[in-house]
Design a protein around this ligand. Structure first.
Ligand code: ZN
Length: 471
């Protein structure tokens, strides 16, 4: 037995005794509320097939780019972690070796949310009571592997044990959604829904864009070589996604740029995009126009819109060539909202029937741009701290810089935004604790009464996400 693994019951609460005791009381009222996960990237196949997870590394290491970007930054090659290569070259296939590599490098995660999430998963999901290190690696591996062999650790059983009320996955319009169809037909009461993520058919710079338009034509029977046929095809796919439970769309654009162009310019831009002749600035205009088109469609079909801009995807070209997308090489860029969103807001910003949830990787925009925008336009809501800011410090900063201007009701609760299924309870627990700590300060400083803070805590933990995402 190595050093003990302890989850302190007061973790993430203020050290000031008055605030701490208020935070404890608030948290006690929200800790067991069901989990609403309206945005994430788990694999719907897990819940459709309900097959056992393969091994501890396939579950906890290989799908988690938070884990391997840190190891990569310290010189561990991705192939040693079993991350598949785009070029098909061999990678490590022994999950125990991958696990040992993580254990040996575990001190790298001190002070990071990954440490909080994985410790929580080890302790609460798998009952591990010793800290991960080189000496304990094999014992912990064997314990998790033993758990995964039992029916109680199948995906559906874990979903129920985690107290998940609803879980959204994210799929391309080109996806025929076989797993969501299986889920619908299965009779299992767990609510797993899809989200319409059209980047690969609205971004002319997306790899294979022209082929994707052809695939879209085949799926819908629409002529996607014309602007009108293309929009009709997108409408049809949105309706198909909604028929399988989707309540939202998601847009991962390089910037928040929107445009509201005339029909002739839309047609000309589409023609250039479709035939691979759009220059960078034209591609940007096209994507920005498509956000406005999506907002228009959202007003028709009621799907909530999410915009996730400001990530420079695949910043590391040689790693991108060898391993493909989503390998921990995405880096935030400075992001403008006030000018960028104006064309869309001029058109639809005053529509209370539209919900556009905006996220940022640029914390400098919280108090200067996003809180003032969301605190004014009825169509706008502020997404929770995302990705690099999904940490206790990031969540605290978010509340401190947005609440004064946007309040709580213009925010939408928490998103775990994860591929790592077993980290979902941990991530929601961190958010609930940090929000209760923030509210405890407001109570201790007599800005709020404790009964009001308790209502807000329940909103932030559960009700706001359901309302904003129409769940
Ligand atoms: Zn996401």
């Amino acid at each position: 037995m190595g050093a003990p693994l302890v989850l302190h019951e007061d973790r993430l609460f203020p050290s000031d005794p008055t605030q701490r005791s208020i935070a404890r009381r608030l948290y006690g009222q929200v800790r067991d509320l069901p989990i609403v996960s309206p945005h994430g990237h788990t694999d719907p196949r897990w819940f459709a097939e309900d097959a056992p997870f393969a091994d501890p590394s396939a579950l906890l290491v290989v799908p988690d780019h938070y884990v391997y970007r840190m190891l990569y930054s310290q010189g561990v090659p991705l192939q040693a972690l079993g991350v598949p290569r785009a070029d098909g070259a061999p990678v490590e296939t022994d999950p125990r070796k991958v696990w040992r590599l993580l254990a040996r490098h575990w001190p790298l995660f001190r002070g990071t949310p990954t440490r909080l999430w994985l410790d929580h998963a080890l302790h609460e999901v798998f009952g591990v009571r010793e800290r991960l290190d080189a000496g304990s690696a094999d014992r912990i591996y064997d314990r998790i592997a033993g758990c995964l062999a039992s029916p109680a650790f199948r995906p559906r059983a874990l979903f129920e044990r985690f107290g998940i009320e609803v879980l959204a996955t994210t799929e391309s319009p080109l996806d025929p959604l076989p797993h969501h169809r299986t889920l619908r037909a299965s009779g299992w009461p767990g609510r797993v829904i899809t989200t319409f993520r059209p980047d690969d058919v609205v971004d002319p710079e997306f790899p294979g864009f022209a082929d994707n338009l052809r695939a879209l034509a085949e799926l819908t029977g629409q002529d996607t070589s014309t602007w009108g046929g293309y929009l009709a095809a997108l409408r049809q796919r949105r309706a198909f996604f909604a028929s399988l439970g989707a309540t939202a769309t998601d847009h991962g654009h390089p910037s928040a740029a929107t445009f509201d162009l005339g029909a002739a310019e839309c047609q000309a831009l589409f023609e250039r995009a479709r035939t691979g002749r759009a220059a960078a600035a034209e591609a940007e205009r096209f994507r920005g126009q498509m956000l406005t088109e999506m907002a228009r469609m959202s007003l028709e079909d009621g799907l909530v819109m999410q915009l996730h801009p400001g990530s420079w995807r695949n910043h590391n070209p040689s790693l991108h060539r060898a391993f493909g997308r989503d390998r921990g090489a995405d880096i935030p860029v400075r992001t403008d909202y006030v000018q960028a969103l104006k064309p869309l807001l001029d058109r639809f910003g005053n529509e209370p029937r539209l919900t556009l949830i905006v996220f940022t990787l640029d914390e400098s925009t919280y108090s200067r741009e996003l809180a003032p925008l969301a605190g004014h336009y009825p169509a706008l809501r502020l997404g929770p701290p995302w990705w690099f800011h999904d940490s206790p410090e990031g969540m605290r900063t978010f509340r401190e810089r947005t609440t004064g201007t946007a309040g709580f009701a213009n925010t939408v609760g928490f998103n775990d935004d994860t591929r790592a299924f077993c980290s979902i309870p941990a991530r929601h627990d961190v958010a609930r604790r940090v929000d209760c700590a923030y509210l405890a300060r407001l109570v201790a400083e007599h800005q709020l009464e404790e009964d009001e803070a308790a209502e807000v805590a329940a909103d932030l933990a559960h009700h706001l996400a359901k309302r904003a995402y129409r769940l």
